[in-house]
Design a protein around this ligand. Structure first.
Ligand code: NCD
Length: 316
């Protein structure tokens, strides 16, 4: 292929801010090519002999499994480090030494960690490419790429769309990366959260300084009338320093079919998942709900990233 794909070879994926809009568009274009392979309608062997490691210090269902299936669908192999407490981390091995070992056993490393900055640190230790699969309350750039892919597939584009990010905008890393990315596409960003869970002021400021259109409110019902996308998140219980504080806010917002009565017909509801109780299960049956499809789109998007980073481009 084409213009631009080559520059991904050997790159780490740490923060969405490392990517320009054109870079993101390359990933989304390649993801479209991957779709028939992700669905199992076509088969590929381009990654035969290559190994992708998944190193997850925090729980995961979708990110770990979709990276794994992406590599397997490309004919490659997956080395899952598994339960971290069964590794030498338990004996006191440092993150640096752990990464050095995994680097020796694989071609590409997917890391999730509870500390912000851990993925950047690992990428400095490792000569092999490192992909940030979530670093504490920091970022989750590959989730953002699949979120953008979902918006593009479902609504035909991202430019100029009104996108409401709802819920735990303080601790939720998916919304941190997504907000930065949406600004690059000139989307109108509305932040809706309880006052305790607002988007960090620094992120809002940076987006505004870069020319982004972003405003904050706590009034869900007025936002639902104008939104093209409602991106709902779970309250990140595990990140609250004080469990009492979590209990005060738990259950403070919930998307129900009644709340959606005044929504645009074309509104899509997204969620990075897991859902706890912030979207009523009745909403799943409406045309608005795209969150399960969104989770599937993680496969073609991650296939695209693996191909671009390992330099297997143009074979499709
Ligand atoms: C998210 C995460 O881990 O940040 N999950 C995911 O990767 N799809 C969201 C969450 O845990 O709430």
């Amino acid at each position: 292929m084409s213009s631009g794909a080559e520059k991904f070879k050997g790159r780490d994926i740490i923060s969405i801010n490392d990517f320009g809009r054109e870079d993101i568009e390359i990933v989304l274009t390649v993801a479209d090519k991957m779709l028939p392979y992700a669905l199992g309608r076509k088969t590929a062997e381009v990654m035969r002999g290559r190994v992708l490691s998944t190193v997850f210090f925090e729980p995961s269902t979708r990110t770990r499994l979709s990276f794994s299936t992406a590599m397997l669908r490309l004919g490659g192999s997956v080395l899952d480090v598994g339960d971290i407490t069964r590794t030498s981390v338990k004996k006191g091995e440092t993150l640096a030494d752990t990464i050095r070992m995994i680097e020796a056993y694989s071609d590409i490393i997917v890391l999730r960690h509870s500390s912000e900055g851990a993925a950047r640190f690992a990428s400095k230790v490792s000569k092999k490419p490192v992909i940030n699969a979530g670093d504490g309350t920091g970022q989750h750039p590959t989730q953002t790429l699949l979120d953008l892919y979902t918006i593009k597939k479902e609504l035909g584009g991202i430019e100029g769309k009104t996108i409401a990010l709802l819920g735990d905008l303080k601790y939720g890393r998916t919304v941190h990366s997504l907000a930065y990315a949406l600004a690059k596409f000139n989307a109108k960003i509305i932040l809706v959260s309880p006052p305790e869970l607002q988007m960090p002021a620094e992120i809002v400021r940076e987006i505004r300084e870069s020319g982004g259109d972003v405003w904050e409110t706590d009034d869900i019902s007025s936002v639902i009338k104008v939104a093209d996308v409602l991106y709902v998140t779970r309250i990140q219980k595990e990140r609250f320093p004080d469990p009492e504080e979590y209990l005060k806010i738990a259950g403070s917002y919930k998307i129900t079919t009644e709340l959606l009565e005044n929504a645009k017909k074309s509104l899509i509801i997204m969620h990075p998942l897991p859902r706890v109780d912030e979207i009523d299960v009745d909403v799943d049956e409406t045309k608005h709900a795209v969150y399960f499809k969104q989770a599937f789109y993680g496969v073609p998007v991650r296939m695209a990233l693996i191909c671009l980073i390992l330099g297997e481009v143009g074979w499709w």
